[in-house]
Structure formats: structure tokens, C-alpha cells
Design a protein around this ligand. Structure first.
Ligand code: DGJ
Length: 382
């Protein structure tokens, strides 16, 4: 039997002119596009639109400088989730005067959703203005008329300025006193887990200017409502925030979840009438132990279930050496979801790898099971 390497997959010759395609996903290994070039779409998400999957992610360059945006958001297209065509740069960095997305800004975790009412594709991402480290904690929004773009930068914002969360007690619906402000400043909260994190303080500090938003995802529910889930309050608390009808702004309704738990890298799926949230712990670029939570409604209450990873001891502890970015429903198959994660390489950002694994169900929970190599068809057609 002859075998032939073709891009990322392998084809096996089963007879004189019958080639059986055995295209496999190999988590953590180099993944080439149809041109034989490694796919460059980190911290990404996938939109299914009119028969095609569109994978959007951060285009990284080499070295540590690659952790900042120098090109933009790259998009790839596929019909089978394994073979990807390069469709170019969907949103390009822009060095025009006054641009909020110049080369050298931080632009992370882009996600695209389609708005059937406006007919527009809407991209949200974590944006840090150039030169400000991670202190800006803003969300950037861009729109396009065609799925692959070009996307036009619309605005950046800190979500929910002037709006109180729906799930806080009335007594906390007040801005900080001068003394509270001083006490909070003295803590020197950055973005790392903090043992005596003040749970009812940071969102009050940010009431007027808007809530901090770092790691983020988007989720569109069956009823057409779209949500942004973002790491807020110096990463200490996640927010679940409804988007308005155009999907380009918050609607002004949000809840805080898991205050003081420092979840990052949110990714949402819906299954069995519940919403399932995969997240990571908060350790910068270093991998850590993932977390699974669920709720009967996006508004909560949310419950933590622990670590969703199944594999060797090390794989369970470090989430297959990766951090979640998205959960992708496989269209046309029941209970079929692909868990997408990033194996970051902060010293040479372009060398970051993709860890895509099937979601499997154990004891009523969606969990992620290690595969060295796997096939989308083979996984769910049995
Ligand atoms: C962890 C986040 O999940 C990444 O997207 C990135 O912001 C790094 N922190 C930066 O340290």
C-alpha cells in the first residue's frame, strides 16, 4: 500500500485509482494550510457560514515581538475542519494617524459572529492600546459585509460604562469612596490571582469609565441573542454581557460570575439545555489547569465542575499544555463539538500551536479527551 503526504493529511492508496483520504487533526503539531504554510490564527474562533467554516485568529510574527499585533487578524476557510485555505488578512493593523489598531498594539482572541438582522459580520477582540501593556483592557469591534472581510474597525470600548451588574446587591450599587479608592490602589492589583482580592470593589471603581475586558469570547444563542464573556475586574471576575441588536455594542445588561476565581480564556458551548463554559486559570502565557462550569441560563447561576481534561497526569494538570480559545459545534452532527486551544510560544510567538480535540461526554459532563491524531468524520460517525 502506498501512502502520500498531502499538506496536513495523508492519503492512502487503496487500489489503482482509489485514494482514501485520511486527513487527521494532530493536536500540537505543525498544521499547514493548503499552500503548505503553517496556519497563523492564534487565540481564534470559528464561524460556520453558508456551508463553510471560517477560522479567525491572531496573525503572529516571530520572536517576542510577535506577541503584539503587526499584521492583524488572519482568516482561513474549510469545508471539513481539517484542510484550510488561506483567505488572507480579515482585519489589518492600521498605521494611519489616530488609528486605534496600529502595528504594535495588542490585539488578542478575535471572534466573529454574523448578525442576520443587519447582514453584517461582526468581529470583537481584546485590544490594548500601543505602549500601555495590559492596562487598557478594552474591547475592539470591527464589521464587514463579507465573511472574509475586509473588516472595518468601528470602535473600542470598555463594556457597560454607567451600568450596574444585574446580580449585585443594592448596597454595592455605589461608586468608591475616596478611602476605598486609596485602599484599592494600595493593593496594586494587576492581572494575577490575588489572595485577598476585594470581591465587591473593582467593578464599582470602573462603573463610570466602563468595565475592564481582557480575555474574551462571543456566543450566539439559539434565540439570536449574542453575549460577550470577558475577564474583568483585573482578571478576578468574569462578566457575561448581552450585546445590542447590532452586535456592535453592549446592550446594557450583564452579570458578574465567579468573583475572585481569576478565570481566563472563556469558551462557551450549549448542550443538553445547559450552557457550558471552558476557562483556564490565570498564569500569563504558561499553561495551567482548565476549568469547566455550567448554568441553565447565560445569566446564571453558574456552577464550577472542576477540570474537564482527560489524559495523562501532566496533560490533566496543564490542559494538554494549552489554554482554551473556542468550542466549535460541528454542523450536521449530534452532540459534536471541537474544543480549540492554544499552545503558546511567547518567546517565538509565530511557533504557537493549536490543540484541537473532540469534546466527549462523561457522566453528563462535556470533557476533553486527548488524541494524538484524530479524524472529524471518524470521531462522530460511529
Ligand atoms: C493569558 C491570556 O489568556 C492570553 O490571551 C494573553 O493575554 C496572555 N495572558 C498574556 O500574558
Amino acid at each position: 500500500m502506498l501512502s502520500m503526504e498531502s499538506g496536513f493529511g495523508i492519503a492512502w492508496c487503496a487500489g489503482e485509482d482509489a485514494w482514501i483520504s485520511l486527513t487527521m487533526i494532530r493536536p500540537g503539531e505543525l498544521w499547514n494550510d493548503g499552500n503548505g504554510v503553517p496556519i497563523n490564527a492564534h487565540g481564534g474562533g470559528v464561524l460556520f457560514h453558508e456551508g463553510t467554516y471560517w477560522w479567525f485568529g491572531e496573525h503572529k510574527i516571530g520572536g517576542e515581538e510577535g506577541n503584539r499585533a503587526h499584521v492583524g487578524v488572519h482568516v482561513y476557510a474549510s469545508e471539513n475542519l481539517t484542510d484550510w485555505r488561506d483567505e488572507g488578512i480579515a482585519l489589518a493593523v492600521d498605521d494611519a494617524p489616530g488609528s486605534e489598531i496600529p502595528s504594535g498594539c495588542i490585539l488578542e482572541r478575535p471572534k466573529v459572529i454574523f448578525n442576520a438582522r443587519t447582514g453584517k459580520f461582526v468581529m470583537w477582540f481584546h485590544l490594548e492600546p500601543k505602549g500601555g501593556g495590559y492596562g487598557g483592557a478594552r474591547s475592539g469591534v470591527a464589521v464587514a459585509d463579507a465573511v472574509a472581510g475586509p473588516y472595518r474597525f468601528l470602535h473600542s470600548l470598555r463594556p457597560n460604562a454607567g451600568v450596574w451588574p444585574e446580580n449585585v446587591a443594592e448596597e454595592w450599587k455605589r461608586t468608591l469612596t475616596e478611602r476605598e479608592e486609596q485602599e484599592l490602589a494600595a493593593l496594586g492589583l494587576g492581572g494575577a490571582p490575588f489572595p485577598w482580592y476585594p470581591r465587591e470593589v473593582v467593578f464599582r471603581r470602573d462603573f463610570e469609565g466602563g468595565q475592564m475586558a481582557r480575555d474574551m469570547t462571543l456566543f450566539v444563542d439559539d434565540d439570536g441573542c449574542a453575549y460577550q464573556v470577558y475577564a474583568s475586574e483585573n482578571n478576578g471576575t468574569l462578566h457575561v454581557s448581552l450585546l445590542d441588536e447590532t452586535f456592535t455594542k453592549p446592550a446594557g445588561r450583564y452579570v458578574r460570575i465567579f468573583p475572585g476565581r481569576f478565570h481566563e480564556a472563556p469558551a462557551v458551548m450549549k448542550w443538553g439545555g445547559r450552557y457550558w463554559l471552558f476557562t483556564s486559570d490565570c498564569t500569563g502565557w504558561a499553561p495551567n489547569t482548565a476549568r469547566l462550569s455550567s448554568a441553565a441560563s447565560m445569566w446564571g447561576p453558574w456552577e464550577e465542575h472542576g477540570n474537564p481534561c482527560l489524559g495523562s497526569g501532566a496533560q490533566i494538570a496543564n490542559s494538554f499544555e494549552s489554554q482554551p480559545t473556542f468550542v466549535l459545534p460541528v454542523v450536521g452532527k449530534r452532540d459534536a463539538f471541537v474544543y480549540m486551544a492554544d499552545r503558546w510560544r511567547p518567546g517565538n510567538a509565530i511557533d504557537g500551536r493549536y490543540v484541537w480535540l473532540p469534546v466527549v461526554f462523561r457522566h453528563g459532563l462535556p470533557v476533553v479527551e486527548w488524541r494524538g491524531a484524530w479524524e472529524v468524520e471518524g470521531e462522530w460517525d460511529v
